[in-house]
Write a protein that binds this ligand. Sequence first.
Ligand SMILES: CC(C)(COP(=O)(O)OP(=O)(O)OC[C@H]1O[C@@H](n2cnc3c(N)ncnc32)[C@H](O)[C@@H]1OP(=O)(O)O)[C@@H](O)C(=O)NCCC(=O)NCCS
Length: 180
Amino acid sequence: MAQSESEEVRIVTFDKDRFYLRQGIGLIHTPEIITFLNERGDELLLSGPISERDIRWRYYWSDSDRMRVVTIRCSDNDLLVAVAAMNIRYTWRRGIGTIEYVLADKDFRGRGLGRAVVSEFIQQAQESVEPPLDKLELVSEPHHVAARALYESLGFRLVKGSDRHYELFLSKNDEHPDAA
Ligand SMILES: CC(C)(COP(=O)(O)OP(=O)(O)OC[C@H]1O[C@@H](n2cnc3c(N)ncnc32)[C@H](O)[C@@H]1OP(=O)(O)O)[C@@H](O)C(=O)NCCC(=O)NCCS
């Protein structure tokens, strides 16, 4: 399928192997991503598998104004190895990105793929989402030790009083209430 205007592909190297990171997906890619999440994402899908027949889900994921999706594939065989999504919404005073479905294939963990997809969203939130986002948020269960270490290393902090809701303030005008 032709690349749409909202798609962008970059070659990235992790652990000496070559992968490519793609920002944006077309409708044609959503069934494959649903299958990847369903087959490899049992740690994520606590409420059960995503249905490929959910047409609304497929359109939603290919609408880059509402949902940014980043995928990483092996350069030599196009194997999908990591995915993450960011839902975008605006309130009257803030742009908020909710990061969801962060998953690296078990066989490819510990090589920087998870960091790459989440870092990509932090960058997009400030540079390519229009208007730029003021805050990123996500939910990470206490037992998701690796994911929480990743988010914390990128600056996310637990929302006061919660053991699973994280936030990262991006706008200088909208700093964390606890910020010095
Ligand atoms: C979370 C996840 C995406 C990380 O992907 P990954 O590609 O293995 O992560 P990276 O190699 O980019 O590592 C990034 C950071 O994560 C943390 N991390 C990764 N693996 C870890 C582990 N086994 N234990 C503790 N921290 C770990 C470290 O802080 C690491 O930074 P460092 O390499 O500088 O030490 C992956 O473990 C995963 O898919 N887990 C299951 C699904 C999940 O929990 N998703 C998040 C739901 S909120």
